[in-house]
Design a protein around this ligand. Structure first.
Ligand SMILES: [Fe+2]
Length: 274
């Protein structure tokens, strides 16, 4: 699946404006949209739990979002032609991103553990989770990421796992660094890890991002802020959990992923939500 793990937030070029706007002008746009959304909620409207697909501060979203009715396909026919995976295809060692090379990767070792749940709090078992991320310096192993931070010969930044009987998962990795992107001048993404979840079929794939608590870049980031509802945004932030920290080895974060319902984790789904 490496070929699909293109971090689109690093490769997106601005499609409106010059890309030379300042952070201040982007921040003003973000704040105006959030104030407008909050006023709608105060007037009795529903909170916006999903990101706006044509969210202007995130410049490349303007031309990339669907403008026509989605093409409906027969899911069974698609599945007949799609790749398939079995539980035995995923080795338990693939959830440890720190042992994929001869040496130790550089950076702050971390463990991220949690559960995949449905809207009623029931565990979602035997689901394929894939993750991909930048290294400690904020650099992806990807030809489109050429910003001048070092690659780490001992870190590729991809892993996968299958959820257990209680929907649990756990990855050992390196805390990713923030990195610059081309949305506007001096644009930086908060540190994050991309997550992909498969249901029982490839057509059910969901993609999202996990962030880290207290990141000073949250208020400045058009991707994080494209969800107008603050509580929904906060559900993308993993929590430091000292019980998950491994003595002498790693710091632990907890992040549960809720697939459906009002407390669901935002997903970059292509599905319509009407
Ligand atoms: Fe990214």
């Amino acid at each position: 699946m490496l070929g699909e793990c293109v971090p689109h937030d690093i490769v997106s070029a601005p499609t409106r404006g010059s890309g030379h706007e300042s952070q201040d002008s982007i921040t003003i746009e973000i704040e105006a949209i959030e104030a407008d959304a909050a006023a709608r909620v105060a007037a009795g409207g529903s909170p916006e739990l999903q990101p706006r697909r044509d969210y202007a501060p995130y410049r490349s979203s303007l031309l990339r979002h669907p403008t026509h009715e989605l093409v409906r396909v027969d899911p069974e026919e698609v599945e007949r032609l799609s790749p398939a995976f079995g539980h035995t295809d995923v080795n338990v060692l693939e959830s440890d991103l720190t042992i994929q090379h001869a040496g130790e990767p550089i950076g702050e070792r971390m463990t991220v553990s949690g559960r995949v749940l449905d809207g009623e709090g029931r565990p979602v078992r035997h689901q394929l989770i894939e993750l991909w991320q930048a290294n400690a310096g904020g650099r992806y192993v990807h030809k489109r990421d050429q910003h001048p931070a070092p690659l780490d010969p001992n870190f590729t930044g991809v892993g996968r796992a299958i959820t257990g009987e209680n929907g649990e998962y756990s990855f050992t990795t390196i805390k990713p660094g923030p990195y610059p992107w081309k949305n506007h001048v001096n644009a930086w993404r908060p540190a994050h890890i991309h997550f992909s979840l498969f249901g029982t079929a490839f057509t059910q794939r969901l993609i999202t991002q996990m962030y880290f608590p207290g990141d000073p870049l949250f208020a400045l980031d058009p991707i994080y802020q494209s969800i107008a509802d603050a509580d929904a945004r906060a559900r993308l932030v993993g929590q430091y959990d000292h019980s998950l920290s491994v003595p002498e080895f790693s710091l632990g974060y907890n992040w549960d992923i809720v697939l459906t319902g009002p407390k669901s984790t935002w997903m970059e789904s292509e599905e319509d939500h009407d």
